[in-house]
Design a protein around this ligand. Structure first.
Ligand code: KG4
Ligand code: ZN
Length: 347
């Protein structure tokens, strides 16, 4: 079966076509980064309007790249939440009405289930049970996956998501939006051990996270290293100090995530970890988790870097699994800005 996937939950229009036998046939992504750059973050109304402009042309582009037309589709999957309500509504309305006109089923997909199942599209041999670390701009979750669609949340961030912490700290360091990749790049030039950031909530039992203190710690570190005469704090830091702060921040985040993953695997007895979401693209995190895999006989899988951040393929794939299992929505246009991952039905 061939399923078209439409992702419009935030600042990326992602469209893809997947086939239940052949996997990913084609995909296209349009990033709105330039549109929001001047504002230092996503402006919801601008995001919605841009999804309106881009979704239909990208659907045409993907079908043409796959050499298919609309009549080849067996179903349409779209992100129904969580996300920005206006942005979600664009994808949901286009998906639902296109499916109606073609007389094929449509299904609203949970964005984080899309991320979570993405490694399975690229590697068909991965099957539950496994532990999933989901690290994105809006979520930090440790999820026990006993079966597809059955998600038990073992740990989550009590405040900022890890991607959000990267973005906010990057902003303090004068880096553009989104800050995660820029901060990681700056950190490569940082010298280890000049600054030491805390590893939040690692000194007590449990699997929850807290990242908002790290941004305050970064702010205080910046202030301590800024000359009092210069009111423009970011620009008064020398390049090496900025890199050293970025390095120490990234090191603290990665240490914390790795420690909690190790703990979650020990507590559940699982020996397979999959990592997904935008921060899964972080090379230091990938290196450290690969080292954990080697040292403790655990299998660790990531999506390719390109598919860690938002994309249409993850939505097409998760929707295809559900449609293939006979699940489909009624004619409702679903946009659910807040939606718990552990309330989903089994696939
Ligand atoms: O999954 P995603 O594309 O969107 C959400 O669902 O939120 O994740 C975006 C987040 C942003 O916070 C971005 O800064 C972060 O992922 N990110 C990274 C890297 N690439 C993206 N953070 C750290 N290192 C990276 N290489
Ligand atoms: Zn995402």
């Amino acid at each position: 079966m061939k399923v078209l996937g439409i992702e419009t939950s935030c600042d990326e229009t992602g469209i893809a076509l997947v086939d239940s036998e052949e996997g990913l046939l084609a995909h296209a992504l349009y990033s709105q980064i330039a549109l929001h750059a001047d504002y230092g973050g996503v402006v919801p109304e601008l995001a919605s309007r841009d999804h309106i402009r881009k979704t239909v042309p990208l659907i045409r582009e993907v079908l043409s790249a796959a050499g298919k037309d609309l009549s080849a589709l067996s179903g349409i999957a779209y992100t129904a939440g969580p996300g920005l309500v206006g942005a979600l509504l664009v994808g949901a309305s286009i998906a639902r009405s296109l499916a109606w006109s073609l007389n094929i089923p449509a299904i609203g997909v949970h964005h984080m289930e899309g991320h979570l199942l993405m490694p399975l599209l690229e590697n068909g041999s991965i099957t539950p049970p496994f532990m999933a670390l989901l690290v994105s701009g809006g979520h930090t979750l440790l999820v026990e996956v006993q079966a597809l669609g059955s998600y038990r949340i073992l740990g989550q961030s009590l405040d900022d998501a890890v991607g959000e912490a990267f973005d906010k700290t990057a902003k303090l360091l004068g880096l553009g939006y989104p800050g995660g990749p820029a901060l990681a790049k700056l950190a490569e030039r940082g010298q280890p051990d000049r600054f030491h950031f805390p590893r939040p909530m690692t000194d007590r039992p449990g699997l929850d996270f807290s990242f908002s203190g790290l941004k305050t710690f970064a702010m205080n570190t910046i202030l301590k290293n800024t000359s009092a005469e210069n009111p423009d704090i970011q620009n008064s830091l020398d390049e090496q100090t900025r890199a050293d702060i970025a390095q120490a921040f990234e090191q603290a985040v990665v240490d914390t995530l790795v420690l909690k993953c190790r703990r979650a695997l020990q507590l559940t007895g699982l020996n397979h970890l999959i990592v997904a979401g935008g921060v899964g693209a972080n090379l230091r995190l990938r290196e450290r988790l690969n080292a954990l895999a080697k040292a403790s006989n655990v299998q660790v899988d990531f999506p390719s870097v390109e598919f860690c951040t938002d994309n249409g393929a993850m939505i097409a794939h998760a929707g295809m699994l559900r449609l293939h299992a006979g699940q489909a929505d009624n004619l409702t246009i679903r946009a659910t800005p807040r939606w718990q991952l552990d309330g989903l039905s089994p696939i």
